[in-house]
Design a protein around this ligand. Structure first.
Ligand code: HEC
Length: 156
């Protein structure tokens, strides 16, 4: 084979490869472009698919985790009640200042518990005699109720 022949075949080969590359390029563009377009269309028009795609990952976990949550909530409330008591109620209720029923004093608490928890909650929130509303606690009512629960459960 002469050099000239070699160059002829070689440039034909290059030309064929370039042509093939161009064909593949457009073919890929046509196929890829079409499917991309399809994805975009279904993403924007199919609301159900969108909802499916963006729904929270933990959905199933939360439902089956309810038992665990329910088991934890009373424990959390008890802890809350204690911390609220320690912060806002202890000052009077630990020593029985100004006639406050002492923490753990069953005799002092028995007649008050007899009124029912709703009355105790209400007086703790509104105040009574020397007891200031919410014992001056600044947080939500539920915390004060938790503190009442805590005091009552340790005084009967
Ligand atoms: C400044 C002192 C003081 C603080 C602080 C205080 N208490 Fe009292 N508490 C009293 C006194 C005094 C009484 C008795 C009131 C009476 O029967 O006249 C009382 C009574 C109560 C009663 C019984 C109410 C009833 O109906 O018999 C509850 C329940 C109670 N306090 C809850 C709390 C809780 C919960 C806190 C904290 C968030 C708190 N107290 C903070 C002084 C205080």
């Amino acid at each position: 084979m002469t050099d000239r022949d070699f160059f002829k075949y070689f440039s034909m080969l290059i030309g064929a490869l370039v042509a093939l590359a161009v064909v593949l390029f457009f073919l890929a563009g046509a196929i890829g472009g079409k499917s991309k377009l399809k994805n975009i269309q279904s993403a924007s028009t199919d609301g159900k698919q969108v909802a499916e795609r963006i729904k929270p990952v933990g959905e199933v976990t939360v439902a089956s985790g309810n038992a665990v949550l329910n088991a934890l909530i009373p424990a959390a409330n008890a802890a809350d009640g204690k911390s609220v008591y320690d912060k806002s109620c202890m000052a009077c209720h630990a020593a029985g200042v100004a006639g406050a029923p002492k923490f753990g004093d069953k005799a002092a608490w028995a007649p008050r518990i007899k009124q029912g928890m709703d009355v105790l909650y209400a007086t703790a929130l509104k105040g009574k005699g020397a007891m200031p509303p919410k014992g001056t606690y600044a947080g939500p009512d539920a915390d004060v109720k938790a503190a009442v629960d805590y005091m009552v459960s340790h005084s009967k």
